[in-house]
Design a protein around this ligand. Structure first.
Ligand code: NAD
Ligand code: IPM
Ligand code: MN
Length: 354
């Protein structure tokens, strides 16, 4: 079991260290960790946010544990040298087109949510976000507008092939959850041609799944409904940009962005399971970096997703999730949740409860 650990910038190394300690505490036979540089750290050391050596390490492993990238001192570099290109480049290079972002309120933890407890208790959704297409990866540039001013442009596009494969992941995810078999596809088909192709293709892909209730919702309405009727959602299927925005929203509904893990998957199989990259949905949080304040739970829960999806270790994954849930219930809350526990204390509390 080879895992590439790519801590990155800001709080990335702080939260990744706690997730690695949790993995080590499980004493998994044959676990070997490899380190690589990504993001601003890699730019400063090697002149590029995603050095070839890091790509090689990631490809040679069975899974990747990723912290976060983003460094304010790099915000004015040419775009291809910015830290964020590391995560975008890895997703594209490794063809990780399916991003699963579960948002769930653990039982008894409703008070962490800003929603009314009866609504918070209903939050149990997975956002299935397409990750290698959309306006993120279309052509882009800056040109001169008709009035002579500077004009930025970014091309949004989705092919039927791209939509079909992520829709299939959403239907499979719904079935694996085994709950009410609901998929809500979120788009902006009332305005965007990209979204009309998306919607038509999702309807086609639903053909073999007559028992799954598929509905379509415009993204603006979805943002509202996630807050007002969170219980209506099981699987949310959406594109790269809408999924990015809605997942931060869903994390806030749960209580904090410091709680939401993610798995990014493609189709490559290893000898243990499916290759994937696992990371919290949050960024490098420059405002709290270096202060030992970051909540590591999202990254620890991402390590649990890794064991489940890339190594078929469901029992070990459940042990980690149970430990995080207990640590939360026992009041190990970071500043993001109104508590005062630091990164290491929260990590230790999780390990003690494994
Ligand atoms: P962010 O997620 O880094 O932070 C948003 C807010 O949430 C901040 O107030 C931060 O302190 C807080 N926060 C985030 N994670 C937390 C945690 N684990 N514990 C406690 N509080 C936490 O988003 P941002 O400020 O918009 O972006 C900062 C940098 O991170 C940017 O450079 C951005 O591009 C990058 N970014 C990277 C990723 C990634 O690597 N996957 C994701 C999002 C943003
Ligand atoms: C995320 C992040 C990234 C994204 C950025 C850093 C490129 O916000 O993983 O949610 O937009 O996908
Ligand atoms: Mn994001």
């Amino acid at each position: 079991m080879k895992i590439a650990v790519l801590p990155g910038d800001g709080i990335g190394p702080e939260v990744t260290a706690e997730a690695v300690k949790v993995l080590e505490a499980l004493d998994l036979p044959g676990l070997t960790l490899f380190d690589g540089d990504v993001g601003g750290v890699a730019y400063h050391r090697h002149g590029h946010p995603l050095p070839q050596e890091t790509i090689t390490i990631a490809k040679s492993c069975d899974a990747v544990l990723f912290g976060a990238v983003g460094d304010p001192t790099c915000d004015n570099l040419d775009r291809h040298l910015r830290p964020e290109q590391a995560i975008l480049g890895l997703r594209k290079e490794l063809d990780l087109f399916a991003n699963l972002r579960p948002a769930k309120v653990f039982r008894g933890m409703e008070h962490l949510s800003p929603l009314k407890p009866e609504l918070a208790a209903q939050i149990d959704m997975v956002i299935v976000r397409e990750l290698t297409g959309d306006v993120y990866f279309g052509d882009k540039g800056v040109r001169t507008a008709k009035d002579g001013s500077r004009e930025g442009w970014d091309m949004m596009n989705y092919s039927e092939t791209e939509v079909r494969r992520i829709a299939q992941v959403a239907f499979r995810t719904s079935r694996a959850r085994g709950d009410k078999l609901r998929v809500t596809s979120v788009d902006k088909a009332n305005v965007l041609e990209t979204s009309q192709v998306w919607r038509d293709t999702v309807n086609d892909a639903a053909g073999p799944h007559p028992d799954i209730t598929l509905s379509h919702m415009y993204v603006d309405n979805a943002a509202m409904q996630i807050v007002t009727h969170p219980g209506d959602f099981g699987v949310i299927l959406t594109g790269n940009l809408f999924g990015d925005i809605l997942s931060d929203l869903a994390s806030a509904a749960v209580g904090s962005i410091g709680l939401l893990p993610s798995a990014s998957m493609g189709e490559r199989e290893t000898e243990f399971g499916r290759f994937g990259m696992y990371e919290p949905i949050h960024g490098s949080a420059p405002d709290i970096a270096g202060q030992g304040k970051a909540n590591p739970m999202a990254t620890i829960l991402s390590a649990a997703m890794m064991l489940r999806h890339s190594f078929g270790m469901d029992a070990e994954a459940a042990r980690i999730e149970g430990a995080v849930e207990k640590a939360l219930a026992d009041g190990f809350l970071g500043g993001d949740l109104g508590g005062s526990h630091g990164t290491e204390a929260i990590g230790a509390a999780g390990r003690e409860r494994l």
